[in-house]
Design a binder for this molecule. Structure first.
Ligand code: EPU
Length: 423
């Protein structure tokens, strides 16, 4: 088992280059199944969710060629199967995109129920509602989702809940459907727009991505033969911005789209942090404890739930008392118990937590309870006095490329250690 060992007490300083967005990449890769041709995707983050997505594409009959760590060429002309390997799909959440993509391409999909971070209930009823309205029959039997359709026909779909996954999945299923599909009350995250841009570059006709309503005019075929670059990861960028705040450091986050981070920069200014924004970079610097702040997480362009644990670390060190209300997931505060082991003073009840700011944290043995919790604990370990060990780091490897190397370049003393299992 691997763990991260951090010797803390460091102020981070320097530049960090942001990778392509995980949550875009894990949708773009299944989307290539819709392309009857060859396409190349670059700026892919080299993370385990991406590697496993590529393996699944190969199992389905696609030819996947890696051109270095961050680019793949995918030839989906000879897709042989619409049944994805259950052992692989159950390893990560975004495997649900295979349902929309395979249904669109083959009019049939068999995919294991998705795995991923345990953040509480993660229903996919809105995905299924969309597929059914398009004309599919969907059954969940013995841990598998089985979707079939004689044909898919465009229609109006109103999502009951703003959902990133349902928006993208229904979009994937309707690109090759007959006629026009209108999806209302959709998610507006940058990765939703990125998937629409990719599909349009391959010949789809999708309008309105990034607004509340997406209109898809079905086309007969997507052709490929082009190269697409994954949008920069706004959550990775935000993670390093918050690392600068918590460590009273000075970090320039490069290769990001500053507008995607407007909600975070506004909050950091409220917290007394200095921010310089350029075309594709943001400098975050401070030499004092942040001011207290209140946060409520919401769909984009609200404050993202995926940056909630990371700002939790900064607020646990802020002057005064802060409150975070989690608006998306039921169990996104598991990291607070780990932070309390490091000297934080956080009371969590349900979907709210009160952060009584403390002056310092100290090193401890903690567990990455999910992906973003793991990133938050790395930041806490870098701030803390003494040594911190973080276990269950496979969660972190699912979503951050070269995370310890990037933090080391900023001055952190962080090592990956292989530990013998005791039991
Ligand atoms: N929801 C439903 N029914 C559905 C779908 C969602 O009730 O059919 C609810 C969920 O329970 C949740 C809310 O709607 O309360 C939003 O869920 P959404 O579908 O937007 O989440 P997701 O697509 O499963 C993606 C990201 C998550 C991120 C959320 C919210 C991927 C692969 N995952 O999940 O990312 O937290 O959107 O922005 O894109 C992460 O990267 O750490 C992560 C968890």
């Amino acid at each position: 088992m691997e763990k991260l060992v951090i010797k803390g007490g460091t102020r981070l300083n320097g530049d960090v280059v942001i990778s392509g967005a995980k949550n875009a990449a894990v949708a773009l890769l299944p989307a290539t199944l819709l392309v009857d041709g060859i396409c190349t995707i670059n700026n892919l983050p080299y993370i385990s969710d991406v590697k496993i997505s590529c393996k699944i594409l190969e199992e389905l009959g696609a030819k996947v060629t890696w051109n270095g760590n961050n680019e793949v060429t995918i030839d989906s002309r000879n897709i042989e199967s619409s049944a994805a390997p259950i052992d692989m799909t159950s390893k990560f959440r975004a495997s649900y995109y295979l349902i929309g993509a395979l249904l669109g391409r083959c009019k049939s999909a068999v995919v294991g129920l998705p795995g991923g971070c345990n953040l509480g209930a993660r229903p996919i009823d809105q995905h299924i509602k969309g597929f059914e309205l398009l004309g599919a029959t969907v059954e969940v039997i013995e841990g598998k989702i089985n979707a079939t359709a004689k044909k898919l026909v465009g229609t109006s779909i109103y999502l009951d809940k703003v959902s990133v996954g349902a928006t993208i999945n229904v979009m994937l299923a309707s690109v090759l459907a007959e006629g026009t599909t209108i999806i209302e009350n959709v998610a507006k995250e940058p990765h939703v727009v990125d998937v629409a841009n990719f599909l349009n570059a391959m010949g789809a006709d999708i309008r309105g991505a990034g607004t509340d309503l997406i209109k898809i005019n079905g086309v007969k075929k997507l052709c490929g033969n082009s190269t697409y670059s994954v949008v920069p990861d706004q959550i990775e960028a935000g993670t390093f911005m918050l690392a600068a705040v918590a460590t009273k450091g000075d970090i320039t986050v490069k290769n990001c789209i500053p507008e995607h981070l407007d909600c975070l920069t506004a909050k950091l200014i409220e917290m007394g942090v200095n921010i310089d924004i350029n075309n594709d970079s943001i400098r975050v610097y401070t030499n004092k404890r942040p001011n207290k702040a209140n946060i409520i997480t919401m769909p984009y362009p609200g404050y993202p739930t995926d940056l909630q644990p990371q700002i939790g670390v900064a607020l646990s060190l802020a002057e005064g008392t802060s409150i975070i209300n989690e608006g998306i997931w039921d169990s996104r505060f598991q990291y607070t118990a780990e932070l309390n082991k490091m000297g934080a003073n956080i009371i969590n009840q349900g979907k709210s937590a009160v952060f009584e700011g403390v002056e310092e944290l100290y090193g401890s043995f903690v567990e990455a309870t999910d992906l973003r919790a793991g990133a938050a604990l790395i930041i806490a370990g870098i701030v803390a006095n003494g040594e911190t060990s973080i276990t269950n780091i496979y969660h972190i490897d699912r979503g951050y490329e070269n995370i310890e190397e990037k933090f080391r370049k900023l001055g952190a003393n962080i090592q990956r250690v292989v530990e013998e299992d005791i039991f």
